[in-house]
Design a protein around this ligand. Sequence first.
Ligand SMILES: NC(=O)c1ccc[n+]([C@@H]2O[C@H](COP(=O)([O-])OP(=O)(O)OC[C@H]3O[C@@H](n4cnc5c(N)ncnc54)[C@H](O)[C@@H]3O)[C@@H](O)[C@H]2O)c1
Length: 258
Amino acid sequence: MTKILGGKTAVVFGVANKRSIAWAITERLAEAGAKVALSYQSQRLEQNVLELASMIDEDPWVAPCDVTSDDQIRSFFHYLRSKTSRIDILLHSIAYAPREALDGSFLDTTRDAFQVAMDVSVYSLVAIAREAAPMFVEGGSIITMSFYGAQKVFPHYNVMGVAKAALEATVRYLAYDLGPKRVRVNAISAGPVNTLAARGISGFTEMLNRYAELAPMGRSCNQDEIAQTALFLASGGASAITGQTIFVDGGYEIMGMR
Ligand SMILES: NC(=O)c1ccc[n+]([C@@H]2O[C@H](COP(=O)([O-])OP(=O)(O)OC[C@H]3O[C@@H](n4cnc5c(N)ncnc54)[C@H](O)[C@@H]3O)[C@@H](O)[C@H]2O)c1
């Protein structure tokens, strides 16, 4: 039987370890037949990402890319073009803010922490989408990861909430620019899941408990449920969906009385 992403190429930003949301998505994309290229942030993660990549592919395409560096973004895409002339799917699953900005009061956010959070978590999507755009020769799908802190206040999420709001707006503007090329751009707004990035947020366990208590489904979500939604967004089944933020959160977002 033909696989739904057979013959497609996906590029993934944001795998750190096997708990990463990006890794769960990579596994689903590969299982659906896509050739997946992986980037990693720094040498510290190289071995980890290479080992994971070789679990799904005998000839893995893996290269470094710290998204705060235009040179590294250019080099990564140069590497990619040496392997393939086209891509169909681009996953952006990256966020960072200095730890002290994810605790205490939002009022205390420094200029530096604000700029770092925006650069890594938002601008990076614009930068990689621009490099990728000419390689989407037959349309495609760009997916990024958001959180409900973009729209409502979650204590301690602070500057990351502001960054996610900007990310969701970025999705809409990119969707407008890339629509004529048949490239769709969407965000998945996931409920809390236990990953490396999540552990950096003060009060994360309390957040998980709230979801268990209040979400209609009595829980948040897991990496694979996010991955299945990403697979849908990457596939032809979502061919008229663009500019959207799709919640995968056990229904928490619909609740008024919390
Ligand atoms: N875990 C959750 O509860 C949750 C919920 C909603 C949304 N998200 C979002 O999902 C995405 C992935 O996070 P995760 O939970 O899988 O954690 P993770 O720590 O596994 O992934 C974060 C990734 O960002 C990468 N990164 C950070 N700075 C970078 C830089 N300068 N250059 C390149 N890469 C960089 C890290 O290397 C890592 O791979 C993030 O955007 C996060 O905000 C997570």
